[in-house]
Design a protein around this ligand. Sequence first.
Ligand code: ATP
Length: 331
Amino acid sequence: MENRKVVLRSKNLKLGYRKNGAKIVVAEDLDLELYAGKLTCLLGPNGVGKSTLVKTIMGQLPKLSGDILLHEKSIEKISNVELSKKVAVVLTDKVSLGNVTVYQMIALGRIPHTSWHGSMSKLDHQKVENAIQITKINYLRNSVLSELSDGQLQKVMIARALAQDGELLILDEPTAHLDMINRFEVMHLLRRIAKEEHKAILVVTHDLDIAIDTADEFWIMQCGQPMVCGTPEDLIISGRINLLLPDEKLQFDLFSGKVQDASPFKYPAIFGNETLARWLKSIIRKNAQSFSELDIEISIENAPFLLTVKDGDKLEHFYSFQQFIADFTIR
Ligand SMILES: Nc1ncnc2c1ncn2[C@@H]1O[C@H](COP(=O)(O)OP(=O)(O)OP(=O)(O)O)[C@@H](O)[C@H]1O
């Protein structure tokens, strides 16, 4: 049986803002748990309250009511210095310390641990080295921040959070502005850190595909509705993943694992293996006007590519999807 060690827990948490003496509630009744060794992704539409939740957990924003417990101790009873030893945060804000080197930036993660005059001990340097090794950025150690790409900078910020050596890492949209490969790398790095370093990690993200591939747990936040938590696979199989898609025109497709247009559509009869049929459906769907209500049969094979359209007695052959769409649709 897996041992789930709770690092952070919220009890009946209500969060929001205070404006002119009035409380503006963003979310309530939140009973959440973050576990050591688990990567949790917080998902939800723009404006639903994800950053508000993160700021509240970090102690940056006062809760409206309820409790947030770090190792069963209310965060209000934990001093800022202690909190910064236990919780490391990576925000999306651009850092403007252009002349600072990567090593110096990562070393800043040690501030909560260093003595009052700020000198680094042997252990502090070891923690920085360890963070550099885990994030595989040794080749960047002497570069200045202004020379880094967004993806490199993101890894440096994760290394800084690691050097801080808290048990909980919180990252607000760490993959925003990154290309596909860097998004993938950063999320897989976070998963590796959760497993190998036994950290509890909370990531706010809009990257559903990669979150499904990497997260142990999803928190789905919806406007005015209770938070839904569970493993991504359970949420997918039960259909609750669709809570992320309140627009009825969109639906999560169980087979492809992608968000798709949910409006009814009648495909022609298709013959061919499942993978080829999937991509044939994709191109037919994109060119829906040309295919709706056509009483045709399409067979498809690959290597070499051959697409055959049977329309009554007539057979037509195509040798690429491009040719199929160009020649078939203009009839
Ligand atoms: N300082 C503030 N005072 C009052 N309301 C605020 C304040 N900051 C945010 N809000 C409101 O709180 C709600 C939640 O905002 P929040 O930034 O937490 O959403 P989010 O889910 O992180 O959105 P996004 O995905 O766009 O980053 C929004 O309606 C927003 O307008």
